[in-house]
Design a binder for this molecule. Structure first.
Ligand code: NAD
Ligand code: UDP
Length: 313
């Protein structure tokens, strides 16, 4: 049995990860400041003997004896990370320093949840890990993009300078149950709008693309990365390479919900990337043939069921 710290464990992805780690017989310490996460996401784990919940903000140091750390704490939706951009940078940078310091002190292995946003508005397509990205350092998205880039730098430096055992994953757009209904990300927005019969809000003309990964596939990839061979530290892309335009996504959601919602077009936010698609060759090679299994239609159905129940409560 391992003792594992999951920062951001009460969030969308973190709650699924805590569940998986507990089911495997590990002891899990879930740390969160509840900025975008909630106790509700993990309430089904509360009675578990080996689950512990800690309210803490990772911009402050935290000490605990653990074998592994999954560092997920950070708001992920543009609406949330732009709410308090300075805090977002602090969470990524000071949070990484605090968690890396902890890993160094107790000899824990630590995994960083980085993001496809490190590629910015990419001019290489699909994105491979060797691409350095095209990020605006002073735009609305910079607090998140540059914060995550700096966190990657810190991970590499703690590894090179202090032999900390690290793993870095770059997560591409992921969706599924337990996303916050007011999260602001496109999948949750479209589903909630379609279920409520509201207009579907497409930003720009809807030709921009994203590649959507269902949360179960992300959890599998993340887990395999933490347990990958010692010499492999990444960064590695974890995402679903099947690319969709936002118009295609809107139509699919309307269709699956059977909604009468109309599509409406709103201005495209500043620095919104035009396209995004992961090259997952490295993940396939290093993570025992890992690849996404859940098709968009199937994943959307699970997510629609989740939001349908939630909105009826
Ligand atoms: P989320 O907002 O649902 O979860 C983030 C969690 O971190 C929340 O529970 C929040 O309360 C907590 N948190 C935020 N700031 C904190 C702080 N200072 N101290 C302690 N806890 C804090 O988002 P998510 O989609 O679950 O994302 C999880 C991680 O994965 C994030 O690091 C995100 O950047 C990364 N990621 C997610 C996606 C995606 O599409 N879901 C894509 C790329 C990267
Ligand atoms: N988007 C949209 N309508 C919405 C929310 C988002 O058209 O209600 C667009 C957004 O402009 C972007 C894409 O959907 O082009 C994905 O946005 P999201 O915030 O989910 O993720 P990110 O931009 O961080 O990839």
């Amino acid at each position: 049995m391992k003792r594992i710290l999951v920062t951001g464990g009460a969030g969308f992805v973190g709650s699924h990860l805590c569940e998986r780690l507990l089911n495997e017989g590990n002891e899990v310490i879930c740390l969160d400041n509840y900025f975008t996460g909630s106790k509700r996401n993990i309430e089904h784990l509360m009675d578990h003997n080996y689950f512990e919940l800690v309210r803490h903000d990772i911009i402050n140091p935290y000490m605990v004896e653990v074998d592994e750390i999954y560092n997920l704490a950070c708001p992920a939706s543009p609406v949330h990370y732009q709410h308090n951009p300075i805090k977002t940078v602090k969470t990524s940078v000071m949070g990484a320093i605090n968690m890396l310091g902890l890993a160094k002190r107790v000899g824990a292995k630590i995994l960083q949840a980085s993001t496809s946003e490190v590629y910015g508005d990419p001019n290489v397509h699909p994105q491979t890990e060797g691409y350095w990205g095209n990020v605006n350092p002073i735009g609305l998205r910079s607090c998140y993009d540059e914060g995550k880039r700096c966190a990657e730098t810190l991970f590499m430096d703690y590894h090179n300078q202090n032999d900390v055992k690290i793993k870095i994953i770059r997560i591409f757009n992921t969706y599924g149950p337990r996303m916050h209904p007011q999260d602001g990300r496109v999948v949750s927005n479209f589903i909630v709008q379609a279920l409520q019969g509201d207009d579907i809000t497409i930003f720009g003309n809807g030709t921009q693309t994203r590649s959507f990964q269902y949360v179960d596939d992300l959890i599998e990839g993340t887990h395999r990365m933490m347990n990958s061979r010692d010499g492999f530290i990444g960064p590695v892309n974890i995402g679903n390479p099947i690319e969709f335009t936002m118009l295609e996504l809107a139509k699919e959601v309307i269709d699956l919900v059977g909604s009468k919602s109309k599509i409406t077009f709103l201005p495209l936010p500043q620095d919104d990337p035009l396209q995004r698609q992961p090259d997952i060759s490295l993940a396939k090679k290093e993570l025992e043939g890992w690849e996404p299994k859940v098709h968009l239609k199937e994943g959307l159905k699970h997510t629609i069921n989740y939001f349908d129940k939630l909105l009826k409560e």
